[in-house]
Every structure is written in structure tokens, then in C-alpha cells.
Design a protein around this ligand. Structure first.
Ligand code: HEC
Ligand code: HEC
Ligand code: HEC
Ligand code: HEC
Ligand code: HEC
Length: 152
């Protein structure tokens, strides 16, 4: 299943989504070559990968692309002490235990599960996140498929 991860289209359709800022991975992770972990800083340390704060964006955008409308909007949000709203495309049900740390530390590339994000202007979900998806890789790599590993 491919699900749109777009913030910009939603902002255009829904002016009430005032916190929406378009974010383009092809510029940041593609052209600028930023590491995934530079922004998703918890992915090798915690269960969640984490989304960068607006002040992290402003570290560059105080100087870069300041004439562009989304950057003006971002700066205004930060000034008001507000955070941009991002839509979540990858989310598991609460009854499933998943941790980024163990998967990233074992050497799996982000792209194994998320696809070539650096080529996506808007993040597209590329994995079903269904149980069969987890089990298929676990069986291939001889990792435990005991129910209690993922269902605590
Ligand atoms: C400059 C910071 C930055 C860099 C570098 C970056 N990302 Fe992101 N990433 C974001 C932001 C902001 C979002 C939320 C907006 C969106 O969905 O596009 C996001 C969203 C995502 C999502 C979607 C999460 C969800 O549930 O919707 C994935 C997956 C992702 N990034 C993976 C990656 C990968 C893989 C790389 C490296 C190839 C990477 N990112 C590099 C800032 C960054
Ligand atoms: C390492 C520096 C850096 C960081 C950190 C960074 N950006 Fe950027 N960003 C850039 C540069 C450089 C450009 C390209 C400017 C240009 O082409 O004029 C850009 C372009 C953009 C644009 C304009 C896209 C377009 O249509 O031209 C937006 C919007 C944007 N960034 C949002 C963000 C957001 C949101 C974050 C934080 C999640 C972020 N950036 C973090 C350097 C950065
Ligand atoms: C083994 C598969 C797998 C790998 C490898 C992986 N992810 Fe994920 N990622 C997921 C799953 C599953 C979710 C949904 C987690 C949830 O909802 O509990 C997710 C969620 C996310 C999110 C949404 C927000 C959050 O904080 O969880 C981001 C961003 C993300 N991943 C980025 C990355 C980055 C960057 C890397 C590489 C450093 C990476 N992922 C490696 C499977 C993976
Ligand atoms: C692309 C392959 C891949 C996918 C997809 C994947 N995993 Fe894993 N998983 C691994 C590997 C490899 C390990 C072993 C890590 C280690 O021990 O270093 C692991 C370990 C685990 C562990 C710890 C197992 C233990 O014995 O302690 C849990 C929990 C887990 N995965 C949950 C999940 C869940 C939930 C999903 C689906 C949402 C998932 N994994 C998808 C490859 C994968
Ligand atoms: C590697 C991780 C993993 C293992 C091992 C695993 N599951 Fe799951 N299970 C999942 C994921 C992921 C989902 C889907 C959650 C979702 O829809 O967000 C799921 C969903 C389920 C559901 C459906 C609940 C619902 O949301 O409708 C049942 C029932 C279930 N699992 C039972 C089991 C049993 C029984 C075992 C042992 C034979 C097992 N699981 C082993 C990851 C796992």
C-alpha cells in the first residue's frame, strides 16, 4: 500500500491546517546529502526515530531560502512558540512492540523498511506494517518469531 505523506497538498486543501510546512527529502537528504540520523536523531538510541524540532530547521533557515513562503511561515511559527504539524505515515497499533534501536544497530539501512526516502518529495509509505511483513524478514534472518517478542 502506498499512502501519501504530504503536508503541502493537505495545507492547500485545508487552510485550517495552519501548522503545515512542506518538507522535501530530495533537497535535504538528496541534494544536500544530510544523514538521516542528523534529523531523526533517536533512531539508533530509542524506540522512536524522532522528528526534528522547528528550531533545528531554523539553524539553517535563519539564512537559507528566507525569501520562500514556507520558510516565512516556519519562522513565524517558531516566533509564536508553535511547532509545525507533521502527518504520520508509519504507525503501528499500540499492542505491538517495535524499537528502532535494535534494528538500526544491527545494521539495517533505513531504506530497507522506508524505501529510498532521499528520492521522495513527499514521503510515501512503502511497507504494509502488517504482521506478515515483520515475520517474513525475521524468518529470513533467523530472528525470533515468538509471539511475546512483539506482543508484550
Ligand atoms: C533536515 C532534516 C531531515 C533529514 C536529513 C531527513 N529527514 Fe526524514 N523527516 C523529516 C521531517 C521534518 C519529517 C516530517 C515531514 C514529512 O513527513 O516529510 C520527516 C519524515 C520522515 C519519515 C516519515 C515518518 C512518518 O511516519 O510520516 C520517514 C520514514 C523519514 N523521514 C525517513 C528519513 C530517511 C530514511 C532519511 C535519510 C535518507 C531522512 N528521513 C532524512 C526531516 C528529515
Ligand atoms: C543543513 C541545513 C538545513 C536544515 C537543517 C534544514 N534545511 Fe531546509 N533547506 C536548506 C537548503 C540549503 C535549502 C535550499 C534552498 C534553496 O534552494 O534556495 C532548503 C530548502 C527548504 C525549503 C524550500 C523548498 C523549496 O520548495 O524550494 C523548505 C520548505 C525547507 N527547506 C524546510 C525545512 C524544514 C521544515 C527543516 C527542518 C525539518 C529544514 N528545512 C532543515 C537547508 C536546510
Ligand atoms: C526494520 C524496519 C525499520 C528500519 C530499519 C527503520 N525503521 Fe523507521 N519505522 C519503522 C516502523 C515499523 C515504524 C512505525 C513505528 C511505530 O509506530 O511504533 C517506523 C517509524 C519511523 C518514523 C516515524 C516517527 C518516529 O519517531 O517513529 C521515522 C521518522 C522513521 N521511522 C525513520 C527512520 C530512520 C531515519 C531510520 C534509519 C536510521 C529508520 N526509520 C529505520 C521501521 C523501520
Ligand atoms: C528487514 C528486516 C526486519 C523487519 C522488516 C523487521 N525486523 Fe524486527 N528484527 C530484525 C533483526 C535482524 C533483528 C535482530 C536484531 C539484533 O538482535 O541485533 C530484529 C529484532 C526484533 C526484535 C527483538 C527480538 C529479540 O529477540 O529480542 C523485535 C521485538 C522486533 N524485531 C520487532 C519487529 C516488528 C514489530 C516488526 C514489524 C513492525 C519488525 N521487527 C520488522 C529484522 C527485521
Ligand atoms: C515480529 C513481530 C511479531 C511477532 C513475532 C508476532 N506478531 Fe502479531 N502482530 C504484529 C504486527 C506488526 C501486527 C499488526 C499490528 C497493526 O495492525 O498495526 C500484529 C497483529 C496481530 C494480531 C491482530 C491484532 C489486530 O490488530 O487485529 C494478532 C491476533 C496477533 N498479531 C497475534 C500474534 C500471535 C499469536 C503471534 C505468535 C504466533 C504473533 N502475533 C507474533 C507483529 C508480530
Amino acid at each position: 500500500m502506498v499512502v501519501s505523506g504530504c503536508n503541502s497538498a493537505r495545507a492547500a486543501e485545508d487552510p485550517a491546517a495552519a501548522g503545515d510546512i512542506p518538507f522535501d527529502h530530495t533537497i535535504h537528504a538528496g541534494e544536500l546529502g544530510m544523514e538521516c540520523l542528523a534529523c531523526h536523531t533517536f533512531a539508533d538510541k530509542a524506540t522512536v526515530a524522532g522528528i526534528p524540532s522547528a528550531s533545528k530547521c531554523m539553524g539553517c533557515h535563519r539564512f537559507a531560502a528566507t525569501d520562500k513562503a514556507p520558510i516565512k511561515k516556519l519562522a513565524a511559527l517558531v516566533e509564536q512558540g508553535k511547532a509545525p504539524t507533521w502527518r504520520k505515515d508509519y504507525a503501528l497499533a499500540d499492542h505491538v512492540y517495535f524499537s528502532h534501536r535494535m534494528h538500526v544497530r544491527t545494521g539495517l539501512a533505513c531504506q530497507t523498511c522506508h524505501g529510498p526516502v532521499e528520492t521522495m518529495k513527499q514521503v510515501q509509505r512503502v511497507s504494509s506494517l502488517e504482521m506478515g511483513w515483520c515475520l517474513e524478514c525475521h524468518k529470513q534472518r533467523q530472528v525470533s518469531v515468538d509471539c511475546l517478542v512483539c506482543h508484550k
